[in-house]
Design a protein. Structure first.
Length: 94
């Protein structure tokens, strides 16, 4: 039974790892990355290392929050309006 779970978790982790690279939509890529991290944590639990599984989830969760804040600030509608406003001001000045 343990072998089947290992094969399942490793297959899903490998598939989601490929999807991270091949996905054109960054949201889909991020979801695949989260799936891959969860599957790796499940593999750690199968290996008898629950501490490493918890660390895997916590460390990657904090990294996702940091990156998510950068993405939200960079791609927010307010930011794009502000950028477009600067462009229109520059074009009217010239």
């Amino acid at each position: 039974m343990e072998r089947e779970f290992f094969l399942l978790f490793s297959a899903v982790a490998t598939g989601s790892g490929f999807l991270v690279v091949l996905a054109k939509n960054p949201i889909h890529s991020a979801l695949a990355l989260v799936t891959c991290f969860v599957q790796i944590a499940a593999l750690f639990i199968l290996l008898g290392s629950p501490f490493l599984a918890v660390i895997q989830i916590f460390v990657n969760r904090s990294e996702e929050r940091r990156v998510g804040k950068e993405c939200r600030s960079r791609w927010s509608p307010y930011h794009s309006k502000k950028k477009n406003k600067k462009k229109t001001e520059q074009s009217t000045e010239t």
